[in-house]
Design a protein around this ligand. Structure first.
Ligand SMILES: Nc1ncnc2c1ncn2[C@@H]1O[C@H](COP(=O)(O)OP(=O)(O)OP(=O)(O)O)[C@@H](O)[C@H]1O
Ligand SMILES: [Mg+2]
Length: 254
């Protein structure tokens, strides 16, 4: 019950509420280099979680990065959050960086004033474990930088761990040193594979594969990764009509 309440407070998207480290599979990647990177990332994260009690006292978090979309960073960050919530009494909170910024903006536009913005910033600054997903994808503006500085600095001073996922390596972020130095000091940087996880795709189409107008780069990949299932060349309505007609003829001729 308590865990349930803590999980809902964490604001994890529904699809990420049950993900765990145990269900992370290296085989989701095809490329041997990716498998190797994923194995190392997984070892690093297991080490982090095994020593979490002492590392959290020092405010150590994680910076999970890879330039490639869909490589499993968010899923891993959510697995870490779930693990922490299941094994400690700490409260974690998940938020995409864009959501943090739009929330600040909407409170601001709502004219509920600086006080509400401060409350949101305080909440994010004080939560035991904060997960900032997709850090670096938000629009880069001076005020955005200032708000992130406030959150990150407050957490830095109070030794509260933050787990970031990002499509940028730390040195590729557009933020200035005040932010990146603090992240560097307080996180283990975990490289994720530069490969999207191989997930099955189900296509339906009015064309056979060779009739598609796309070039070979696309059709070859589809050909390699799908079973092609031919469906009847007759509409269901027509088929029902035909069947009724056949039954009628059969009854008449009986
Ligand atoms: N090891 C894994 N085993 C099975 N499925 C996985 C694995 N890693 C990721 N996935 C699935 O692959 C999809 C993409 O993963 P995820 O969203 O975590 O990628 P990402 O690196 O955060 O992408 P982006 O850079 O776009 O934010 C998700 O549906 C996720 O559940
Ligand atoms: Mg992501």
């Amino acid at each position: 019950m308590l865990l349930k309440r803590r999980l809902s407070f964490a604001e994890l998207p529904e699809s990420l509420k049950d993900v765990t480290l145990e269900t992370f599979t290296i085989n989701a990647y095809e490329n041997p280099k990716s498998k190797d990177t994923a194995r190392k990332a997984c070892e690093g994260i297991k080490y982090y979680l095994k020593n979490f009690n002492s590392l959290k006292t020092a405010g150590m978090g994680l910076y999970i990065h890879s330039n490639t979309k869909g490589s499993g960073k968010t899923r891993m960050a959510a697995s870490v959050a779930n693990h922490i919530m299941q094994n400690t009494t700490l409260q974690a909170r998940f938020a995409t960086s864009t959501r943090i910024i739009t929330e600040i903006q909407s409170i601001w536009d709502d004219k509920t004033g600086t006080q509400s913005v401060s409350k949101l910033l305080n909440d994010l600054s004080r939560i035991s474990v904060l997960i900032i997903d997709d850090f670096g994808t938000e629009i880069h503006k001076a005020w955005v930088e200032e708000k992130f500085y406030q959150i990150i600095n407050e957490r830095y001073i109070n030794n509260l761990p933050t787990i970031f996922t990002s499509n940028c390596r730390l040195e590729q972020l557009k933020y200035d040193d005040r932010i990146t130095n603090r992240i560097e000091e307080k996180t283990f940087q975990i490289a994720f594979p530069e490969e999207s996880v191989n997930l099955p795709t189900i296509f339906t189409s009015n064309c056979r594969l060779e009739q598609l107008k796309y070039d070979d780069r696309i059709t070859n990949r589809i050909e390699e990764k799908t079973f092609q299932i031919a469906f009847p060349e007759e509409s269901v309505r027509k088929a029902i009509k035909r069947k009724n007609h056949e039954e009628l003829i059969e009854n008449i001729t009986k």
